[in-house]
Ligand binder design. Sequence first.
Ligand SMILES: *Cc1c(COP(=O)(O)O)cnc(C)c1O
Length: 364
Amino acid sequence: MENLRIPGPTPLPEDVLQAMTKQMINHRGPEFVGMLKGITTNLKQLFQTKNDVFVLTGSGTGGLEAVIVNTLSPGDKVLSIDIGVFGGRFAAIAKQFGAEVVPLKFEWGKAADADSIRQALQANPGVKAVLVTHNETSTGVTNDLAAISAVVKEFDKLLLVDAISSLGSINVPIDDWKLDVVVTGSQKGWMAPPGLAMVSVSEKAWKANSEAKMPRFYWDFVRARTYLERGQNPWTPAVSVLYALSLSLENMVKEGLPSIVNRHVKIAQATRVGVKSLGLSLFADEAYASNTVTAVAGSNGLDTKKLIQILRDEHQIILGGGQQKLDGKVFRIGHLGWVSEDNIKAVMAALKVALPKAGFGKGG
Ligand SMILES: *Cc1c(COP(=O)(O)O)cnc(C)c1O
């Protein structure tokens, strides 16, 4: 069997796969209402929030667009904390819908620095919202979101968070950290297929929503709230993916969030120890290395693209490549959602064989 080790979609447990073979139901009928209520309750528990939580049909990027158009107006100034590809995407969406984006970029591989954020907010008193990626999947860095939130709340700004590849795997206490809108995606840590974005919306975000003028129809949170009151979605949802999510959430609640978080900590540590023992170096600043994805630097003659190809063709192991300016410079190992220590051991064993074939050790 293929060992799919990209940072989403992840492999799915057998019971979750089977859940998707169920016959369709009426998305306006009582059975659906029961399912959506269960999903919403379990999500609130795993999100550690009392805020409203919606399940939107769309990928994570759709969720990011929903966040922007529901909280902002054209001309609003936003501070974009950008440490990689996904930080750039969040800012690009805001810009596309007419926000005035003040970029605050950090070197790729590094985390955002809270003092620099404070200075940027002091220098830009007109900022309405701060955009931040919690876990930057392209570089394997997890920002210190508690520290960032503390600074943003000193200035009483709206905090909009892409937690697509962290929520459900890494601890993100939404209410304790006062995160106003938070997005995640079903194919990342949730052991479900792609197709759903899940978002939480705070009181402060609802206040912003009541003044927000960006155009929206499909993503409208007010419609989502009105329909959720009757246990429905405004539009026909991805019913089969909801079957899968419903079961995976039940499994996650049974396992318990502390155990899930701890499992990701251990597997990430094993991954980092493993790659370093092979003589490779982490791309990320290790103090902020992600517990859901490890980016490994191409060093010492290593052709990362060739490595990925050898692992795929000769070992049935699928790793992620580098995105944008990291193309050909890093490879990435996903270790989120349904992943075991054995999956990672298999990656390490295959790397040991494949690295010399991909030029590693030949200098350069
Ligand atoms: C995967 C990912 C996205 C994009 O999600 P899609 O489901 O591919 O649209 C955005 N941000 C982060 C941090 C991600 O990991």
